[in-house]
Design a protein around this ligand. Structure first.
Ligand SMILES: [Zn+2]
Length: 414
């Protein structure tokens, strides 16, 4: 493959193994420097399992505030995805429901729900005060309808009491710009013990495809609802060490009025070289033999220059915005990401971060997810030098994931 703009020599500099075995990495876009010191790569990803406990059947459906018997502990839903009896009988159709009253919440069990975050990073009042944002009439109508039932009114009053200390208006319970997509299960079906968590890799392929499509639709809705939103950050924190409040699968979306440092850096690079992002994917992976797997629509490789061992999953469609991808292309990307979650296992704390080109931004940048294994902790050395020590080098990440994918032996990566 012929690479433009001297990327071959630049790739040599982004990843090298020194004679003593130390691996030095530099992120091709951000320049983040990471070292991997020899002899640490074969350690288990997570400590040996602590004693697990049998689940109490009485707690079924109410282990945390994201569980399905505790719907009223989250904000009023923007939407839910359900599976209903379809035609022919026995077929189950996926359908999106919106505008449910508090009383209707328990009529169905949601496969995925979209709810505003009770404690927003960027509040609705921020948008009002700084950008003159006004709540659209549909949203005002939705709020009025919701508090028009007894159940809805008491739900909203209870949430406002919880929010009392942090401030915020009733409107933010219905339509702010920090949303959560919550999956149905806390534990896998028929789980007996509390270590059988329903992580992303335990979803079926079909469920994971709907999870991503539902998230993409929510992301698009933020851009449409508020033209001042310049970037919607999408991420999934899995387990507490990765920043999750509950061990219950969910993604978050945060609308921002700024691109953020990393996207700004990307735009500067793209202005100099339109292929900068694309070249930091497949060509880099091939140059260093980091490719793990691919299908018709996506490829996965071990990432270079991340603070944590990382797997990247890229859509092969470099130009499409996430919601412009065909369903087949989005599903292909979903399947590969799902496989990487499966290979990682549910006991490894992870961050899944989405990157893509925001709609008003120029340049070429495909939809991609970086799946980071939060298995090391930054310390004083990193703070003082801005050189990060990552315990597993990209080739070791490649081998670990590729081994799991080829055996597909199910959940845990040792
Ligand atoms: Zn839960």
């Amino acid at each position: 493959m012929r690479l433009r703009w001297g990327f071959v020599s630049e790739f040599a500099a982004v990843l090298e193994r020194l004679p003593d075995g130390t691996v030095k990495q530099r992120h091709p876009i951000s320049g983040t420097q990471v070292w991997t010191v020899p002899g640490r790569g074969n350690r288990p990803l997570v400590p040996p399992p602590v004693a697990h406990h049998r689940l109490d059947p009485a707690a079924d459906g109410k282990h945390c505030a994201f569980c399905h018997l505790r719907y009223l502990e989250t904000t009023p839903e923007k939407a839910r995805l359900v599976r209903l009896e379809g035609t022919p009988p026995g077929a189950r159709e996926w359908r999106t429901l919106t505008g449910l009253t508090a009383e209707q919440l328990t009529d169905t069990i949601a496969e995925f729900r979209l709810v505003p975050n009770l404690f927003e990073i960027v509040s609705l009042d921020y948008w009002r005060a700084n950008h003159g944002y006004t709540v659209p009439s549909e949203l005002a109508a939705r709020r009025a309808a919701y508090v028009g039932t007894l159940g809805g009114l008491s739900h909203v009053e209870r949430l406002m009491a919880i929010k009392a200390d942090s401030g915020g208006s009733v409107d933010s319970l219905f339509g702010g710009f920090h949303d959560v997509v919550i999956a149905r299960r806390h534990f896998v079906e028929d789980a007996l013990c509390d270590d059988e968590l329903a992580g992303a890799g335990t979803l079926t392929l079909e469920e994971h495809r709907h999870y991503l499509a539902f998230t993409v639709a929510a992301m698009r809705a933020m851009y449409v609802t508020n033209p001042r939103v310049r970037n919607v950050a999408v991420f999934q924190n899995w387990l507490r060490p990765a920043g999750a409040s509950f061990d219950h699968l969910h993604k978050q979306l945060v609308g921002l009025d700024t691109l953020g440092t990393s996207r700004e850096r990307e735009e500067r690079l793209l202005a100099e070289n339109p292929d900068a992002i694309v070249n930091s994917g497949r060509p880099l992976a091939l140059a260093h033999d980091l490719l793990i797997a691919e299908n018709e629509h996506a490829f996965a490789f071990a990432g270079v220059g991340h603070r944590f061992p990382s797997v990247e999953v890229w859509s092969k469609d470099a130009d499409a915005l996430p919601w412009e991808l065909s369903r087949a292309a989005l599903d292909g990307w979903s399947d590969l990401l799902h496989a990487c979650h499966r290979a990682t296992g549910v006991h490894v704390p992870t961050n899944e971060e989405w990157h893509y080109r925001p709609p008003l931004s120029p340049g070429t940048a495909p939809l991609r997810a970086v799946l980071k294994w939060r298995v090391n902790t930054s310390a004083g050395f990193e703070g003082g030098t801005e050189i990060h020590v990552n315990t597993i080098d990209p080739w070791a990440v490649r081998d670990r994931v590729a081994d799991r994918l080829s055996s597909d032996a199910g959940p845990a990566l040792p």
